[in-house]
Design a protein around this ligand. Structure first.
Ligand code: PMV
Length: 336
């Protein structure tokens, strides 16, 4: 099939990925674990077009060039080299995250692209191979191939670094958008700076492996309290590590810290809630479904109701066999 559409959701790490041991293959220094969400989906159509001299990228109805296109083209080259063809493609992608909410995700983007592009180019990849492929686009994308909770094994080479499911108790997240702006330093650049300048980096790697082992055990045992405690502690370790770079980087804003404090207060009131944050100021609070409403009400008091979203566990990236393709950007004709 030459036109294929796939859909994927972002994931939020409970045990964070921070640092690469191989920049080209995107092999991480340690494993990580995440929850795939059921909101903010990315839908991506890949259409092979004979005779195009370069790939074309349309994101949210706008034609993109420069670095965004280069990254997608480099990813398609990986697929094309496996498929033994040089035929170019038109990629159309739409993101359901509210514009400027700081929730648009490269993980969902590359997970959807991996599924759509591999099918469009006729590759027959199993779940592990798809996760490995998505990893080459953005490390955390490896985990968005998986339903619900995913462990990404660090591995030692391309073949052994992939994500797979872990059984876990029902849980969701209440997400507080603190600041919708783009991040000051990309995670790619910040990871490099961390590895090359932080005196704590070696300790981060060994403590992440230790936390990951405990987290996988807690998930399998259905021990939500331990899952929550490890989640919040590991997130704060990552932000402390990032703050220890030269020059320092700080992603959390005063309002983010206020949310962490409110979550600690919720716990004192008997609500099982634990906070985490990625490379940005927005805070995701891990809860069991029965505690979501109380948590959302508390966070609304800090960031405003419109900035709070309650989400659950969602499906891994998948093909939409019957689904409508993403339409061309306005004024671009059938294949651009
Ligand atoms: O996959 P990247 O390069 O966008 O890096 C993701 C880094 C964090 O979101 C901060 C942590 C994680 O494990 O998702």
């Amino acid at each position: 099939m030459s036109t294929v559409t796939a859909r994927a959701h972002p994931n939020i790490a409970l045990i964070k990925y921070w640092g690469k041991r191989d920049e080209d293959l995107i092999l991480p220094v340690a494993g990580s674990l995440s929850l795939t969400l059921d909101a903010f989906a990315t839908t991506t159509t890949v259409e092979r077009v004979a005779g195009l001299d370069r790939d074309r990228l349309e994101l949210d109805g706008q034609v993109r060039s420069g670095e965004q296109l280069d990254r997608v083209s480099a990813f398609l080259d990986l697929v094309r080299s496996q498929a033994g063809t040089s035929e170019r493609a038109v990629v159309r992608s739409v993101n359901e995250a509210p514009t400027g909410a700081g929730l648009a995700s490269s993980a969902a983007g590359f997970a959807a692209l991996a599924v759509a592009a591999s099918a469009a180019y006729g590759l027959d990849l199993d779940a592990r191979a798809l996760s490995r492929l998505a990893r080459r686009g953005s490390g955390s994308a490896a985990r968005s191939l998986v339903d619900g909770v995913a462990v990404w094994h660090a591995g030692t080479d391309d073949g052994s670094s992939y994500a797979e499911p872990v059984p876990a108790p029902p849980m969701g997240m209440v997400i507080a958008t603190v600041d919708a702006g783009p991040k000051a330093v990309s995670s790619r650049e910040a990871m490099r700076r961390t590895a090359s300048t932080s005196p704590y980096f070696a300790a981060w790697v060994s403590s992440t492996e230790d936390y990951l082992e405990r987290m996988v055990a807690a998930c399998r045992a259905g021990d939500f309290t331990t899952i929550g405690e490890l989640t919040e502690a590991h997130a704060l370790r990552m932000h402390a590590l990032i703050a220890s770079t030269e020059p320092p980087i700080r992603y959390l804003r005063p309002r983010s810290v206020e949310v962490f404090d409110a979550v600690a207060e919720l716990r004192e009131d008997g609500v099982g809630a634990w906070a985490t944050a990625d490379a940005g100021p927005n805070v995701a609070v891990l809860v069991q479904p029965h505690d979501a409403a109380a948590t959302a009400a508390r966070l609304s008091g800090i960031v405003g109701e419109a900035q709070v979203r309650t989400v659950g566990a969602g499906p891994g990236a998948h093909l939409l066999p019957e689904g409508p393709a993403v339409p061309p950007a306005p004024g671009t004709g059938p294949t651009g």
